[in-house]
Ligand binder design. Structure first.
Ligand code: 5GP
Length: 173
């Protein structure tokens, strides 16, 4: 098994600073509730909010549409919900990757029904080739090719989340 570096740590960190600047501009004078989608978005969320200069409240949710392998099961499960009421709050969801768009389209609808003042999405990665459910990404880190990536929060069967870079997982090599 070989991991090929796809997005270096340096490239990721500099893009995240740019995204944080955009978010700081858009939410100037407002308070922001960030909802990180576990497990994949933990690293992106932590790095992104470090560069925010507006008041931030942090929550986490857990939803998955994948099993342990490299293909989608097409099923969404909400495993952990946020503790706070988001009614009239400015909410920013942070996600690791939009692939088929299933997770985010369902999550977004669920959160919208709770009456936030605004609801936006920051996704670290976007794989346009596999999109099946329309999802508007308000802040995007990188658009990527149709490859199964790991690292920087993203796993393969629960492993490799700790890598500071994004790599391409080549099984059998
Ligand atoms: P979607 O619902 O958009 O199809 O998939 C979203 C979830 O699938 C992501 O949060 C992520 O956990 C997983 N996923 C999709 N593509 C990849 C990938 O290339 N690598 C990894 N590790 N997970 C992925």
């Amino acid at each position: 098994m070989a991991i090929e570096v796809y997005l270096s740590e340096e490239k990721i960190q500099s893009r995240i600073k740019e995204l944080a600047n955009e978010i700081n501009e858009q939410y100037k004078g407002k308070e922001l509730t960030v909802i990180g989608v576990l497990n994949g978005a933990f690293m992106f969320t932590a790095d992104l909010i470090r560069h925010l200069n507006i008041p931030v409240t942090l929550e986490f949710m857990s939803a998955s549409s994948y099993g342990d392998g490299t293909t989608s099961s097409g099923k969404l499960e909400i495993n952990l919900d946020i503790k706070k009421d988001i009614k009239d709050k400015h909410v920013l969801i942070t996600e690791d990757i939009v692939d088929t768009g299933l997770t985010l389209s369902v999550l977004r609808k669920d959160l919208e029904a709770r009456g936030p003042a605004s609801l936006k999405l920051a996704s670290f990665l976007f794989k346009p080739a596999r999109l099946e459910h329309k999802v508007d990404i308000d802040f995007l880190g990188f658009e990527i090719e149709d490859k199964f990536v790991i690292g920087y929060g993203l796993d393969f069967a629960g492993r490799y989340r700790e890598l500071p870079y994004v790599g391409i997982y080549n099984e059998g090599k």
